[in-house]
Design a protein around this ligand. Sequence first.
Ligand SMILES: Cc1cc2nc3c(=O)[nH]c(=O)nc-3n(C[C@H](O)[C@H](O)[C@H](O)COP(=O)(O)O)c2cc1C
Length: 305
Amino acid sequence: MSDQRIQIGGLTLQNPVLTASGTFGYGLEYDDFYDVATLGGICTKGLSREPRYGNPPERICETPAGMLNAIGLANVGVEFFCKEKLPVLRERGVTVVANIFASSVEDFVAITERLESETGVAAIELNVSCPNVSKGGIEFGRDPKLAAQVTAACKAATKLPLWVKMSPEAGDIVGVAKACEDAGADAVTAINTIRGMSIDTSTGRVRLANRTGGLSGPALRPIALRIVWDLVGALKIPVIGIGGVFTTEDAVEFMLAGASAVQVGTANFSDPLAANKIRLGIAEYCAARGLTASQLIGRGRPEGA
Ligand SMILES: Cc1cc2nc3c(=O)[nH]c(=O)nc-3n(C[C@H](O)[C@H](O)[C@H](O)COP(=O)(O)O)c2cc1C
C-alpha cells in the first residue's frame, strides 16, 4: 500500500481523511461500525465553554442534494468533553481535532486553555462562524480583523496546531484566510455551511423552527472546491477541504485542487461507513497510480497556480 501520511504544518496524519465537526458526534458513536482510530482524525462536535441545548426542533430537513441544519451548536461543553469523552478517545488512539466556538475572544481563549491542559488533542479547529457579542453580533469569520484577533489570541494560549474554519459567507474569504495565516493559523479548513431555508407547501410553514439552517452535502461541493482552489493559490499554510465529500472521487477532487486533507460530513448520515470507505478508496486510487497521498496534493493545478 502506498504511503498515506500527510503533513498539516507540524502535525503528521496517518491518512488524509477526517470527519467533519457536528456530523460524527464525539467520535466514538461510530465505533460500532469501524475502528475510528484508523481515520486521519475526527473533528469533534463544536465545543463551547458551557454546555448548550441548541435550538428547538425541527432542527434538520432534507433538500435536493443536501440538507439544512439548525442544531444551534448543542454540545456537552468543554469540561465534560475533557473529563468524559477525551479519556476514551485517547485510550482508543483516535486522532482528535477539537472544534471550538464562542461569542467572545475571551471565551475562545478559555476553551483553548482548557484543551491545552489535556493530552490527546492533536489540533484545535476554530469555528469562527459565530457572532461576536461585543462587536454588535458580527460573525468573527466575516471580518479579517476579527478572525485575526481570535486566531492570535488562541495561538498565544496554546502550543497545539490551530486550524481556522472558513465561512463561505465571508465577502472576502481569501482576505479572512490570509489574515488568519498572518495571525499564526497552522491551517485553514474550508468550508462551513451556507445559510438556506425550506418551506413545506402542504402546511405553508417553514420547515426549520429556526427558519434558516446551514446547507451541507453535495450541493455545496462545487462551491467548496472553488474556494479551496482559491485559498491554496493564496496561502502558504495547508488547506483542508470540506463540503459534500461523499465518495473517493469527491475527496480526490479536493486533493487535486490542493487540499492537504478532506473532512467528510453529511455523508456520515447516509452511510456511517463513508469516511472509512473514502480512506480505503484514496489508498487504492494512489496505489493504482504509484502515488503517495501527499503526491496527490495540488496535482490538478497547472504549474505555479
Ligand atoms: C448537523 C450538522 C452539524 C454541524 N455542526 C458543526 C459544528 O458544530 N461546528 C462546525 O465547525 N461545523 C459544523 N457543521 C459543518 C460541517 O462540519 C461541514 O463544514 C459542512 O457540513 C460541510 O460539509 P459536508 O457537506 O460534508 O457536510 C455541521 C454540519 C452539520 C450537517
